[in-house]
Ligand binder design. Sequence first.
Ligand code: ADP
Ligand code: ZN
Length: 752
Amino acid sequence: MPLISVAVPVPFLDSLTYNVPDSIDLPPIGARVRVPVGRRTVTGCVVQHDALVEEGTDVKNIAEAVDREPLLPASIVELCRWVAEYYVAGIGDALAVAMPPGARGKATAFKHQRVIRATAHAVEMVRLKADPTVTEKQRAALEMLAAAPAGIVSTDLKDRGVTAGVLAGLSKRGLVSIEFERDERDPFERAALGNVAPDAARELTDEQRRAADELFALADAREFRVALLHGVTGSGKTELYLRLAARVVKSGRQVLLMVPEIALTPSVAGLFRGAFGDRVAIQHSALSDGERHDQWHRIRRGEVDVVVGTRSAVFAPLDRPGLVIVDEEHDSSYKQEETPRYHGRDVAIVRASRERALVVLGSATPSMESYQNAAGGKYARITLEKRVLDRPLASVRLVNMRQEYADEGPDIVISRDLAAAVEDRLTRREQVLVLLNRRGYSTAVFCRQCGDSFECPNCSVSLTVHRVGHRPVPSEHRESRGWRARCHYCNYSVTVPKVCRKCAAPYLEHAGFGTERIEEQLRERFPDARIGRVDRDSVRRKGALTRILSQFGARELDILVGTQMIAKGHDFPGVTLVGVISADVGLGLADFRASERTFQLLTQVAGRAGRGERTGEAIIQTLYPEHYSIQFACRQDFPAFFEREVAYRRGMRYPPFFALVNGVVRGRTFEDAMQLAREVVRRLEPATATGSFTILGPAPAPLGRLRGEHRVQFFLKGTRRAEMRHALMQVVAGMPEIRRRLTIDVDPLSVL
Ligand code: ADP
Ligand code: ZN
């Protein structure tokens, strides 16, 4: 009896064992099968042959084999098994991340596009233009088609005014042919990523040359190795990635380039496309399912040498990766905040270790984890201390907002210094970035008479106020605008009325401010400036982000206001001023990484200034000018920040010295959640006897309610992750009822 292990999409579940009946050929590892689970039949993936079962176990047959050839390469199946174990997730959940879109159902969701061509007979008719049986509209359609012998995609015809009815009429008479074609969409075109021609003649700087030599040697060794490329902003890391990638490709191996968010760093993707042309595939979540499907299969068929992608690209089905680059390795978007809660950088390192590849972690502000590993000699450390062409780093100035409030009153948002500097750049026709890492118009709205405020009914947060139905136009149109208060966690929203809901007083007041308010204030102060805004709200529409960024790049905008989205790796040479409103937004959070994050954000955003020929300046407004993460960011002194932060982490027994696992238990009432969490902790306690980890909690989570559920959390803290994981898996196995109510986060980045 051939017994196989099959991963099924059930939370926390390990693989299940099935028998393959004689009527079905043994499906290979990585192939999909249909299997019965309870009363349902689901699609699973074969993860192992020759499975063992205990004597007398009732083993069910698989219902059907979906693939004859493995859909996933065996190496990826193995990687997913590691992910499932390390992150305490179900193997089915881990495999789901590696599958191409649509592969989880029985049939793939992939659609073919309809292409319509004029038949020869019709083309003649268009030329004659005399067939009285053809309507005007039909003739117009035939003319369009006659001009495009390869055919036109039906949706494009529709855009050009040819209705489905017109086409149906023509098709019935045999005047056009309708065919379904496989649609190899080009996501580079669609995302307007463009094709940046590489500058082959460009000479590397001395520093780049030295770094390149070290990296080349590591790549040529064809051994697993991790190198931390620590280079200040503007030091030319991308150029090194390109040259290293070219070398690895030339040696017959493949390259995976991971980036935090492709739309935010389109130039990196564009450069790779320019250098490697069609041999590049792109993988990220903003692509449509069809596009991702096409790209995935191109990689699987071995048609590409280079994959550029976000977090999940770490599972790209490459056969022989020789180099994995993780650009901006400190970026928190590498961590998936849903099950399986994996960290793309860490999975990349594990993958590379199995495939004997080189990993390059690039950043101007490395994570504490990576820098510590480099300091301890585990990773090779390669440093770029200078910007290319001897361009200086931006000078940074702090504005103490407490002083500003004392001088100018409590309502001031843009300080005098910043306003003057913006004015100055506008007259010099230079560009400005203004960062506020908080979106919306205001953080709360309340009634001045009775104190009523807008809280989310489902989550323990106050609603963020957004402006609706308003375009930034002259102030006489203001009355037409409205406000909507929205929850950023569950998306609940309510219209903010003109008068208080409780006491009918017309004294509703906004508290706090977000990017929308900054944009409004800048427009009022600088009515002639062209201003754009980038945050999750302004770029909701597909293509909006690319459009705004390319307008700014083309200098069609003078000022760009935004959240951390504008702080990432952009290279806008026209920017000579970066303003930061409320640098301390993140410092108030009860999170041991708050200082690290603040330091990274400020250093990165200051790094956006002065990348062209003119020197840059950053002005940072803060209520805590003496805070060390702000002070060190101001000097852009990473080593000093690291020393200070590492002492704190060591003293508090936090990562990177101790590993953390966060557990969140959800319940319909607080008591419900607390009771269950206590039971989990009680069952975990015996495992702490070895002294390798401790348990903290349970206690109410900082975000006590989320989407209507109460949340209670606990932590495991220790030096041996394997023991903590093992203890958790045992407890979960003994409490099946908890599967849908417990979330486990190994190496959490955020603990709200
Ligand atoms: P980083 O990623 O380290 O912040 P980039 O790779 O974006 O820096 O490089 C900064 C700028 O310097 C880019 O405009 C890039 O084209 C340019 N550049 C990089 N290397 C060189 C070089 N050797 N000579 C001239 N310009 C360079
Ligand atoms: Zn909510």
